[in-house]
Design a protein around this ligand. Structure first.
Ligand code: MGD
Ligand code: MGD
Ligand code: MO
Length: 749
């Protein structure tokens, strides 16, 4: 990129920051989306304009408009067509113009001579594929199956064509898959037990809410575009309550802020439910017509719950609980945003069920402006063509139910073979424990286990047992450092895909805006290359085509159902801008036809009981403290997991990591502001600088998860173990993980 172009995009970036920062917090009536090009007095004709979508694992899944000149990405902006993205991006989004051109990018396939040695040498794609394919063939010969080959993939890129990574694995045979999600599965199961699916109202209808409780979510950082609806609801007179052990930027925008004991929210919700019951504020019509099990729930509340008990558990005063409960039950409509942070606990699923119950008993389920908002996958009706691939003939696999330890090969039962599944939230333990055959080779894609998985010290030990680790990456993460081979992957601007959101109802195409830089290839192209090499070395060993056009494969993800839902004739219509689903109503469950066995809202769920939990949304005790302070490691403002913070352009916003600590607790430990400390627990330790703040309670330590780039050792996973949450296995295949049920101590160094 020339100097001149660099300056231009840098300038845009800085302007974008201030505009977006302010715009995302303004009520929508003040937001007039205006093209950045027009605003700058430039002509769109000077640029080639492309449609893109942010593929990160984020509520907002922003629709992007990209401007390219001479084959170089000049600047980007939020698409004006989407009322959700509304012409603006978040700060990290505006830094995207740097990402393809970052000097830190992985540029070529490389091989490391000795893990963690840093002795990388460049190899050709052909050499890299040759090494990988020969290893795969060797595994098959030695083990009689490919179960020794593991895939761990999660949310680095949610573009639909990237499910071709799973497709690639299937095209090789039956392998070992790390399944589940660290993100939200306890809440998904909870909503499935209560309502028969996870389905949330259109977030844009939050403007209609008269009362909003934001419970264990931090949209001011994690869903910036949602804030304009919350602020507009407030402008129209709604009251906003935020419940979070941390005084977040979202809390700063609220009318009422509660700082409960972490993991006590179930008690709080049940206390509110009891008071609503006592005050006669139950919506009898909803309960009688559309639910089952309410009488039993009432009996449970009467026998076990008092507001004093809820107050004792949570630390929220009795009077406050009463007041908010009454206001919530009296407002029409009233809604609760149930955050993902809230359910990352050993009692997270039970907590979500008790909050759902609160929304249901007040008649706010199925109502515009109401709802127990968690997430949805209503707009994800893709073909999953890239995902679904056929195993080569004669593939050996796992037999019968995927229960561990029951693996045996049965040559005459080919049709019953399957992949072997292991829990993604226990990566380290699963690698160590899985036998017959052991996981010998690991393919890592769209995933940074050393940054995002749990118990990093144990993970190091586990990786050391692996014979070959292949990482498909853009940057030299800690996972790459623990790999033998790294393959350079494209950024979103260099490939075709399509993106939907798990929160809003917009659909965006992602066009290839620039040619892949250096030797980067998309996940799909890498899959095709592997297929070519496999078939060269062992004909018939991989069913995937050996040439893949990512544009064609993007097209293959569409179907008439999607076209009808979005009111378009063809996928190419998306090149004119994102489109929104044609919703009959903005309310989930508007027809009151629930997906539960009874077809009604189930206060009492036998299905839930069958899965080993209480049938009623009963209180479940949290995890017992195993060290002095509660340790929280939630999501950061200017990064998403291990992405963005490492970019040089973002350094201004993320100078260094901190431990946030209450001044009272720090004083007891003789710790001053900006001291270096050692945080330690049974998992490991981390050295970090302290920032004193009243935003966290005195019994709490707070560090935001993030990867600060190569050469830094900050990693919260040195202190987070892999304890499971209660729910998640029903819908995600493995339980969630109790990320926020961690404890640690601290000392000055
Ligand atoms: N302590 C703690 N741990 C957590 C959490 C927490 O709150 N606290 N949050 C959890 C949650 S909610 C989540 S969702 C997970 C997220 O965990 P991950 O899904 O692992 O998250 P990312 O860091 O976003 O992405 C992983 C990698 O994908 C790479 N990548 C980006 N695009 C592509 C691509 O197109 N192809 C390939 N092959 N790679 C690509 C990125 O460079 C990045 O290094 O972390 C979980 N871990
Ligand atoms: N900027 C930015 N945006 C993101 C992400 C990111 O990393 N950065 N990640 C994306 C992803 S993958 C996800 S999953 C979402 C996450 O979105 P959120 O769920 O909004 O974010 P988290 O930070 O995971 O957790 C939200 C809050 O839960 C609180 N919490 C933890 N335990 C409890 C509890 O016991 N009770 C209560 N009441 N609150 C509790 C935390 O203090 C935190 O403030 O955001 C997405 N958007
Ligand atoms: Mo997540």
């Amino acid at each position: 990129m020339t100097e001149k172009k660099k300056t231009l995009s840098r300038r845009r970036f800085i302007q974008g920051v201030s505009a977006a920062g302010v715009a995302s917090l303004l009520p929508c009536r003040f937001l007039i989306p205006r093209s950045a090009v027009a605003a700058e007095g430039l002509s769109e004709n000077e640029y080639e304009v492309f449609r893109n979508a942010c593929p990160r694992n984020c509520y907002d899944t922003c629709s992007i408009k990209s401007y390219v000149k001479d084959g170089v990405l000049q600047f980007i902006e939020g698409a004006q067509e989407s009322t959700f993205t509304h012409g603006g991006l978040c700060v990290k989004g505006y830094a995207y113009t740097r990402r393809p051109y970052s000097p830190d990018r992985i540029k070529y396939p490389m091989v490391q001579d000795g893990r963690r040695s840093g002795k990388w040498r460049r190899v050709s794609w052909d050499e890299a594929m040759d090494m990988i394919a020969r290893k795969i063939i060797k595994l098959k010969e030695e083990d009689g199956s490919l179960l020794g080959l593991g895939l761990t993939k999660y949310s680095g890129n949610f573009g639909i064509t990237n499910y071709g990574v799973e497709g690639m694995m299937s095209s090789l045979g039956y392998t070992t898959r790390f399944v589940g999600t660290p993100c939200w599965p306890a809440g998904i199961d909870a909503q499935n037990f209560d309502m028969g699916n996870m389905w949330c109202n259109d977030p844009e209808d939050m403007v209609k809410a008269k009362y909003l409780i934001i419970w264990g979510a931090n949209p001011a950082w994690c869903s910036v575009h949602s804030m304009k609806y919350i602020m507009e609801a407030k402008r129209r007179g709604a009251k906003v309550v935020v419940i979070d052990p941390v005084f977040t930027q979202t809390a700063a925008k609220s009318d009422v802020y509660w700082q409960p004991q972490t993991s006590s929210d179930g008690a709080l919700a049940l206390g509110m439910a009891k008071h609503i019951l006592d005050m006669g504020l139950v919506d009898r019509e909803f309960v009688n017509q559309h639910s089952i099990g309410f009488d039993e729930f009432v009996a449970y509340l009467n026998a076990n719950v008092t507001i004093e008990w809820a107050s004792g558990q949570s630390g929220i005063p009795v009077q406050d609980i009463k007041e908010v409960a009454e206001e919530f039950a009296s407002a029409d409509p009233a809604t609760i945003w149930i955050g993902y942070g809230l359910q990352r606990h050993t009692n997270g699923g039970a907590t979500v069920r008790s909050i759902d119950a609160l929304v249901a008993m007040t008649g706010n389920v199925g109502k515009e402006g109401g709802g127990a908002r968690y997430g949805h996958l209503q707009t994800w009706g893709f073909n999953y063509n890239a995902f679904i691939q056929k195993q080569p003939e004669g593939s050996m696999g796992f037999v019968g139910a995927a229960a561990k330890g029951e693996f045996h090969l049965a040559k005459d039962q080919e049709t019953s073979y399957s992949d072997r599944t292991v829990n993604i939230n226990k990566t380290a333990q699963e690698i160590l424990d899985t036998k017959d055959p052991a996981i010998r080779m690991l393919w890592v894609s769209c995933k940074n286990p050393f940054g995002q998985d749990f118990d990093r010290p144990k993970l190091q030990k586990a990786f050391d047992t692996l014979e070959m680790v292949v990482s498909v990456e853009q940057f030299f993460t800690e996972t790459v450092a623990n790999s033998d081979i790294v393959l350079p992957v494209t950024t979103l601007f260099e490939e075709w895909s399509v993106n939907a959101s798990y929160w809003h109802y917009w659909l965006s195409i992602n066009e290839q805006a620039i040619k892949p830089l250096h030797e980067a290839k998309s996940n799909l192209e890498i899959a095709a290359l592997l297929s070519k090499k496999m078939n060269e070395l062992s004909p018939g060993s991989c069913t995937l085509p050996t040439e893949i056009d990512t544009k064609e494969w993007t097209e293959k993800e569409f179907n008439q159902g999607l076209y009808d839902l979005f009111g378009i004739n063809d996928w190419t219509d998306l090149r004119n801008g994102p489109v929104k689903a044609k919703l009959k109503s903005s309310a989930a469950w508007h027809d009151m036809k629930f997906g539960t066995p009874s077809g009604k809202y189930e206060f009492r769920s036998e299905l839930c009981q069958e899965h080993g939990h209480d049938a009623l949304p009963e209180f479940k005790e949290g995890r017992k403290a195993y060290d002095k302070f509660r340790l929280l490691t939630p999501h950061t403002k200017f990064g998403i997991h291990s992405q963005f913070v490492n970019l040089d352009w973002m350094k201004e916003y993320n100078k260094e990591p901190y431990l946030y600590m209450n001044p009272k607790a720090a004083a007891e430990k003789g710790i001053d502001d900006l001291d270096m400390v050692r945080v330690f627990n049974k998992v490991g330790e981390q050295h970090v600088r302290v920032k004193l703040t009243d935003n966290v309670a005195a019994d709490c330590l707070l560090m935001y998860e993030a990867w600060f780039g190569k050469g830094t050792d900050f990693n919260v996973q040195n202190l987070v173990d892999d304890e499971s949450s209660d729910m998640g296995a029903f819908k995600a295949g493995a339980p969630g993980v109790a990320i926020h049920d961690q404890f640690a101590n601290v000392e000055k160094v």
